[in-house]
Design a binder for this molecule. Structure first.
Ligand code: AMP
Length: 420
């Protein structure tokens, strides 16, 4: 075993999977930009306080942060998510609203690694700051839905809920607390601890011993104000108008104090229940203020790239794109011709590779086969003397086509035609 390997929960992404990751982000960018969202690239590292403003009721902040003091004495952290950074950027730059942005990149959480759960993982994200319109919620949910369609995923379920106005939610949390405390004996010890901090988060428990109690717990829907009910109604009618199927799940809560009104989650149909959330989001208020900005509503979501690709594997969709070159140049005259020809081909937009170190014809042909190239361009001393090259189809399905000797000056137009 080599002395150094990747740390637990961190992975090298090699080709062709790396090309698949790039294609994933490009597809997301296309969906977001076609709806007027513009990219924000924020730093991987921020002052710890930026993330602490997310709140202390979440494991992301309390247990899982990669934080340290840098050489300048600043307490910083690797970002565990994107929303806080985007809100910090909003406060710093004060762009016109509604500010519609998308972002993508690695996040870091010190979690227990398993399939679909890593310590470094990637997310794509959308946030809209500065609008209170429920149709913004519908727009972003629809973009998420469209993105899953574009990937080819079919087994995705959309769950939606509303947490109501902050006052509705406060009354609900109190009712939950009273209910769970009255039934403390039937609650798992872990959930009893959670209850001390945040009664809402008890609803997140996936422990079987909590299931019955959670099933008969008070429902948020019974606590909505008229305004909150109307807001949720608008979101649902917008989704229906777009033909997006969804299920209302009243146990779908986000434990943070900033969340209000809409929450939603996209679940994959093929992954285990602990890892089936492909992504989720919701509406939040107060985060921009907590970061020193004016009162500004926000709504957004993040989708996990790693986990969504696992779902794609399971459904056999969104395969890695080919990373093979089109042409492999075999040169037995010393390598200078290969140098010239590959440069010419690349300048003409034809991807090409070659061997180095003046290998034998046989070994170069082997490398050509291994490269996955469609054509070999072969040049030996006879061809050099005659200002010609040999073009040979390399793919098994192409082998019937015999090789041709063509004038060197015709090479590019010949290959362009053959590759089209
Ligand atoms: P969250 O920011 O916790 O709402 O997570 C949004 C999405 O990011 C989840 O639905 C997952 O797809 C993904 N995600 C969150 N944590 C991890 C992790 N540790 N490893 C892989 N993906 C993750």
């Amino acid at each position: 075993m080599p002395e150094f390997q990747t740390s637990p929960g961190m992975r090298d992404i090699l080709a062709p999977e790396s090309a698949r990751w790039r294609a994933f982000v490009e597809l997301f960018a296309g969906v977001a930009e076609s709806a007027g969202y513009r990219q924000i690239m924020s730093p991987l590292l921020e002052d710890l306080g930026v993330f602490q403003r997310i709140g202390d009721a979440t494991d992301i902040v309390t247990k899982e942060m990669y934080d340290f003091v840098d050489k300048g004495g600043r307490h910083v952290a690797l970002r565990p998510e994107l929303t806080a950074s985007i809100c910090r950027a909003y406060v710093q730059h004060r762009p016109a609203t509604p500010w519609k942005v998308w972002s993508a990149g690695s996040q870091f959480r010190y979690e227990r690694p398993q399939r679909g759960r890593y310590r470094q993982f990637d997310q794509v994200d959308i946030e809209v700051l500065g609008s209170n319109d429920p149709f913004v919620d519908v727009e972003i949910i629809a973009l998420g839905w469209e993105f899953f369609r574009a990937l080819g995923l079919r087994q995705v379920t959309l769950l939606v809920n509303s947490l109501g106005e902050p006052e509705d939610r406060a009354r609900y949390v109190e009712a939950l607390r009273v209910y769970f405390e009255a039934n403390l004996g039937s609650l798992s010890p872990e959930s009893a601890t959670t209850l001390q901090k945040n009664a809402l988060r008890v609803l997140d428990s996936k422990r079987p011993e909590d299931a019955a109690l959670i099933a008969s717990a008070p429902r948020i829907a019974d606590f909505y104000s008229a305004e909150a009910a109307a807001f949720f109604e608008s979101v649902q009618s917008g989704l229906t108008a777009l033909g997006i199927p969804f299920r209302v799940d009243s146990s779908l809560v986000r434990g943070l104090d900033y969340y209000r009104h809409t929450t939603f989650e996209f679940q994959g149909g093929t992954l285990g229940s602990a890892q089936n959330a492909l992504g989720g989001g919701g509406r939040y208020d107060g985060l921009v203020e907590a970061l020193g900005g004016p009162a500004t509503p926000g709504v957004g979501f993040a989708l996990g790239l790693d986990r969504t690709l696992l779902a794609c594997d399971d459904e056999g969709v969104f395969a890695a794109p080919s990373v093979d070159v089109d042409v492999f140049v075999v040169d037995t005259t010393g390598g200078l011709e290969a140098l010239r020809i590959t440069a010419e081909l690349r300048a003409a937009g034809i991807s090409s590779d070659r061997s180095f170190e003046q290998r034998s014809m046989k070994s170069q042909m082997k490398a050509a086969d291994r490269s996955g190239a469609k054509f070999g361009v072969i040049i030996g001393t006879d061809e050099l003397d005659a200002s010609a090259v040999v073009v040979r189809p390399l793919r098994a399905d192409d082998r019937s086509g015999t090789q041709s000797t063509i004038p060197r000056t015709d090479l590019i137009s010949y290959l362009k035609k053959a590759l089209s």
